[in-house]
Ligand binder design. Sequence first.
Ligand SMILES: [Zn+2]
Length: 180
Amino acid sequence: MAKTCKASTSNNKTKRSAPLAPKAPPAPPASSDAVRASMQGNKGADTKPELLVRQRLREAGLTGYRLHWKVPGRPDVAWPGKKVALFVNGCFWHRHKGCKMASTPKSTREYWTFKFERNVERDKQNMAALRRAGWRIHIIWECQLKKDRIESTFARLLPKLAGELDKELHLPSSAKERAT
Ligand SMILES: [Zn+2]
C-alpha cells in the first residue's frame, strides 16, 4: 500500500482586503516635481536641514539634546529635561504659510490638498499636546535656513534657546566668519 503525500491545503483562507479609511485620492505619478518635493519634505532622520541646525546648536554650546524624542510630533531636537522642543519643518510638507516653497502642485490638486490638510491638522494637534504638557516649542522652517536668511534665523533663535535651557551661549569664531 503506497502512502500518499498530502499537499498542504491549510492556508487557502481568502483574505478580504479591508477598505482604507480615510480614502485618499489617487497619488500622482512618481516622476512629478510634486512627489519629489514631497519626498524631500518627508521627515526622515538626518535630513540636511536638520544636520545644519544641529551643527549650529553644537557650535553655540546648546548641546545635550535628544533626537526625535518620544513626545507628540517627535520633535527633531529636544531637551527633555527643560521641556524645550525644536522642529525643523519642510515648508512644502508642513505648509509654511505665505511661503513660496509651500506651493500646491497644479496637477492632482485634490490629492495634495487632502494630504496637506491632514499634515497641518496633525501638526496642530501635536503642538497643542506638547504645550499642554508644558513644553516650549520652536519651529525653524526650511526656507529660514537659506543662505541669505540663516544668520538672522539663528541670531534670533539661539539666545532665546540659551535662556530657556539655562545655558551660556557660545559664539564661535566660525559663526563670526560666516556672518561677514
Ligand atoms: Zn518657508
